[in-house]
Write a protein that binds this ligand. Structure first.
Ligand code: GDG
Length: 461
């Protein structure tokens, strides 16, 4: 056993660090995001390792230590980036798993690199994990890794967590490589999903397309058992709540309110610019609301933060044009020299600015067409320490299973959405407080640390 081997190994598409330019030159910095901050303490505690891609193509740097975590970089070639990542991951699996809201493409020339990249991750994991170690594989990019790893290392405890929805049989059945994907996942001891529906869909398709037998959430294939269950992800509630109460955020939220115009109601959307997030339908609903309430146009403002994403993929470039065209149309039709109805930001903002926006917003619009969980919804709730604010939440976000007192909507229904925005804006204070308090209770006791703990505990049984 080499000194570099580890008792806990995280395997994910990306490493928890990125190379960024600083005054001192290029340096590795911890990537932002809930997943990284949840898993980092876990891995640090056990002197564990994290296997993933650096985010740039070409040969990978040697393994190195970062904040007590062994980082094992995986090299991805330009061809693999196009066919594995942009192709099979984001052109086939992403739309298929999100209810085929865009037509998934099926290309053998994308599947082969998917297999090759998964084999590479599995080989590197086999070399990194100590005897009897716990390995936690993440997300749709790496669904073949559990079985490939099991073949090489039957001694390991292997867990897999899917961050996005697992589709129903009618959709999953379209995938030409459905059996291979399922057998890949069944190499794990525990397969985790965001919601019970995901776990249920998975069990159904395993019974249909593999030889696995199921009993009470456990599947058995070739004498080996796999537990399929829901482990809803959460956020670091304390971090969001204390940032929200800080002086700097309180002051900045006040400034934003004044800049938007005193007394104006602020409606907020925060999303990666992705077609699953329903940004275009949301804009159409806002436009509908303004045309119905022309006398009140100056009372509302929509702030839409759209973080750039997957810009090499055609659908994402087209979505950006459509969203920007809609913003232009709304501002052209309903704005004037002293009032802009939609403030559209196409970039990522620093953490404190994001929290200040959450605090400034009267209504949070979270309307994905499909979403594994949606952390933005939980973050908004975590920042409402005073039980203020109203959330409109898509029925099709995993978060809707827990945040039952949000104003839930069908995100495809433009009229229904426009009506719900109106309702949110006129909700009596008492009712708004009651709903927000319930949502805060729902997430309060269960943080992202509990999520990671419960998964690893299930894996150790
Ligand atoms: C996938 C699944 C699942 C956004 N803009 C800024 C910023 N963000 C942060 C948010 C939030 C994160 O990005 C987005 O997380 P979501 O959960 O909303 O969405 P996906 O990226 O699609 O994540 C999803 C998740 O995995 C976890 O399992 O919930 O369903 O699709 O944390 O705050 N952060 C900063 N500036 C921004 O401008 N700092």
């Amino acid at each position: 056993m080499s000194a570099r081997q580890s008792q806990l190994v995280i395997v994910a598409n990306r490493l928890p660090v990125a190379r960024v330019k600083t005054k001192k030159g290029m340096e590795w910095k911890r990537s932002p995001g809930g997943l990284v901050s949840a898993l980092t303490p876990f891995v640090q505690k056990t002197g564990g390792a994290w296997i993933g891609w650096t985010g740039t193509t070409g040969s990978a740097p040697d393994l190195f230590d970062f904040e007590d975590i062994k980082l094992v970089p995986v090299g991805i070639t330009r061809g693999q980036l196009e066919n594995f990542y942009d192709g099979f991951c984001n052109g086939t699996l992403w739309p298929l798993y999100h209810g085929a809201v865009r037509e998934p493409e099926y290309h053998r020339s994308w599947w082969r690199p998917y297999v090759a990249v998964n084999k590479r991750y599995a080989r590197m994991t086999a070399e990194t994990a100590e005897r009897g170690a716990t390995v936690w594989v993440h997300d749709y990019h790496l669904q073949l890794v559990p079985a490939l790893l099991r073949e090489q290392r039957p001694d390991l405890h292997i867990g897999f967590f899917l961050h996005i929805p697992f589709p129903p049989e009618e959709l999953f059945g379209r995938l030409p490589w459905r059996r291979q994907i399922l057998e890949g996942l069944l190499g794990a001891n525990v397969v985790g999903f965001q919601t019970p529906i995901g776990a249920h869909n998975f069990i159904r398709v395993c019974r249909r397309y593999t030889d696995a037998k199921s009993k009470a959430g456990t599947l058995e294939l070739h004498g080996r058992k796999t537990q399929a269950d829901a482990f809803p992800i959460s956020v670091d509630v304390e971090r969001y709540a204390s940032a929200a109460e800080s002086d700097i955020v309180t002051q900045r939220a006040q400034e934003i309110r004044e800049q938007m115009g005193r007394g104006r109601r602020i409606i907020l959307g925060v999303d990666r610019l992705d077609y699953t997030k329903g940004i275009d339908v949301r804009l159409r609903a806002f436009s509908e609301l303004l045309s119905r309430r022309r006398q009140a146009i100056r009372d509302y403002v929509l702030v839409q933060l759209a973080v750039p994403s997957r810009e090499r993929v055609d659908e994402y470039r087209e979505l950006r044009s459509r969203v920007e065209e809609l913003v232009g149309q709304i501002n052209g039709e309903f704005g004037d020299v002293s009032h802009v109805p939609v403030h559209y930001l196409h970039r990522g903002l620093p953490f404190t600015e994001l929290i200040a926006l959450y605090r400034a917003a009267d209504v949070m619009l979270v309307t994905p067409l499909a979403d594994g969980m949606n952390l933005v919804a939980k973050e908004y709730v975590a920042t409402r320490y005073d039980d203020t604010g109203v959330m409109i939440l898509s029925e099709f976000a995993g978060a809707a299973q827990e945040l039952k007192t949000a104003l839930q909507v069908n995100p495809h229904d433009v009229d229904g959405l426009a009506e719900t925005i109106e309702m949110a804006l006129s909700l009596p204070q008492k009712e708004a407080t009651r709903r927000m308090r319930k949502m805060r209770e729902a997430i309060g006791n269960y943080t992202v640390f509990d999520w990671a703990d419960s998964f690893v505990t299930a894996l150790s049984h």
